[in-house]
Design a protein around this ligand. Structure first.
Ligand code: IMP
Length: 197
């Protein structure tokens, strides 16, 4: 089955393709599906934003479309940057953004953080599948590793490595995105859906 990934983030496309390998799902980028668009993320939650993006791509292409809205919640920053993770980074390099966060949480007793990922898949007939997963960790004391993307160099896992120190395979096995998309594959196989119009 063909699914359009409603995202312009090449890192996400790469990770999701890897996660879905062998599932029987052919993941098309927006460009491959003939639509080049950027949807404004006006939702108040990861799930709302994922839905906005998936619906827009589904309507533009006429194909089933799936979207991931994700981000990092940091306790010491009151849950920020959360749904604004991409906007918080803005035009800065992620190296600069990670260093900014290290300064903001310096001296704070609670360094706990979590990656969140909402996946919404919309079908032209109105059906919708929704999945959500998190990965718990803490904010590291320094940037470590060169894998992954975004905030990965400062996201320390309980096993002692940052997300950026994992191989792609290791990251996908435990990541918020990996778990949410595997749940999507299971629901697709079982014919489960969360909205049926
Ligand atoms: P979205 O396109 O609005 O979902 O943006 C998600 C943002 O959250 C990304 O641009 C990154 O800043 C951050 N993010 C989400 N998932 C990850 C991840 O797996 N590693 C690092 N940063 C992530």
């Amino acid at each position: 089955m063909k699914l359009v990934l409603a995202s312009n983030n090449p890192h996400k496309l790469r990770e999701v393709r890897e996660i879905l390998a062998g599932s029987g799902i052919e993941l098309l980028s927006q460009r491959e599906a003939g639509c080049d668009m950027e949807v404004e993320e006006t939702g108040a939650s990861f799930a709302e934003n994922a839905r906005l993006k998936a619906q827009a791509a589904m309507r533009a292409t006429g194909l089933p479309a799936v979207s991931d809205d994700s981000g990092l919640e940091i306790n010491a920053m009151g849950g920020a940057p959360g749904v604004h993770s991409s906007r918080f980074a803005g035009d800065r390099s992620y190296d600069a953004v990670c260093r900014d966060i290290l300064e903001r949480v310096a001296g704070h007793p609670d360094r706990r953080a979590r990656y969140c990922c909402a996946v919404v898949c919309c079908f032209p007939d109105g059906r919708e599948i929704r999945c959500f997963a998190t990965t718990e960790g803490t904010i590291a004391r320094e940037l470590r590793g060169s894998g992954g993307f975004g905030y990965d160099p400062i996201f320390l896992l309980p096993q002692g490595r940052t997300m950026a120190e994992l191989t792609e395979e290791e990251k996908n096995a435990i990541s918020h995105r990996g778990r949410a998309f595997r749940e999507l594959v299971r629901k697709l196989k079982d014919g489960e859906c969360d909205a049926d119009k």
